[in-house]
Each structure stands twice: as structure tokens, then as C-alpha cells.
Design a protein around this ligand. Sequence first.
Ligand code: FES
Ligand code: FES
Length: 195
Amino acid sequence: MPRITVGVDGVTYEEEVEPRLLLVHLLRDRLGKTGTPIGCDTGNCGACTVMLDGRSAKSCCVLAVQADGSEVVTIEGLARGQEWHPMQTAFHTEHGLQCGYCTPGMIMAAIDLVRDDPDPSEEAVREGLEGNLCRCTGYATIVRAVRRGAREMARGETGARTPPETGPPPETEAQSGAGARNGAEARNGAEARTP
Ligand code: FES
Ligand code: FES
């Protein structure tokens, strides 16, 4: 089986993987990153969105072997120590979620969107997140959250709300360098960026 090296949330993993293994299954089933949900497994819902070498990607559309040498950031790696990312705080403040199933992917896609458009209009948010589906909210609060998050990211806000105690804080330093960019066809983001 192929052996891959992949950085996930600042930790480097070496894994033997079947060539058919999807990145989302590597994350969830092998690495325990269950904060990244699976909604459809067919690239339609966006629930599984992560950052792959700084760009948002639907991890059910990327083979694990395509992530060899790459850096992945999941929703579990967004906070810095005890401080949420501003986009996480904005979703909390604006009640941009109900069941929360779409939320990890929404937040990752939103960060990607804002890096392209630091002050997105409502229309731009709706268009930019059209690959991420929500069955609960009706999207109005999500749009408000993304626009608030964009403003706070522009101001350099730290998102200084303490996250709930769901586990140890993420590593703050990546332990391996970003490698070759793989799986570009599966990405739903635009330009290279980091969360
Ligand atoms: S699980 Fe729906 S797009 Fe990946
Ligand atoms: S909050 Fe339930 S699917 Fe979006």
C-alpha cells in the first residue's frame, strides 16, 4: 500500500493507505478528526470542507494519496490555543447554525471566501458558499455570520472567545512543511491562502 506523509492541524502523520481511501475517511477514521463530518460523500454538500495547502477543499473529493506531502487544516485546528478563529466566533455570535452539521464546512469555506473578498456583500457570500448546503438555518444567519467574521478578520480580531472543552487545544506550530499541491480539481476555493 502507498505510504503518505500528511500534516493535519499542525501534526505530521505517516500512514499506509489504500489508493482508494478518501481524505475525509483518513481524517475521520484513521486520525480521529471527527469534527469534519460527511454529509453526502458525493461532493455536493460541502460538510467535509477542509483547508488543503491553504485552500478549501471538499475532502470527500480528494484521495488520501493526493494529500501526500500536503498540509491539511480541519475545523479542529482553527483555534489558536484557547482563542477561536474570528469566523468561529462570528458564527456563534450571529447564531449561524442550528444542528451544526454543516458548520465546520461552512466556516472553512467562509474563511476561504473572505481571503478573496475581505468585505463580501450578501450576494457574494451566498454565491461564494453555494457549494455548502444547510438544511436548518435558511442561510440568513450564516450570511450575517460570514460578513461579521470578515469584518473581524479585517480588523485582526482574534476571536477571543474561549472554545468549549472538547479536547486538548490544537498544536500552534506546523510540524512539517507544505508539499506538492494535490487534488486541485476537487477544491472549491479560489486562491492559495491559510486559515
Ligand atoms: S460529504 Fe458532502 S461534499 Fe463531501
Ligand atoms: S445548521 Fe443544520 S445543516 Fe446547517
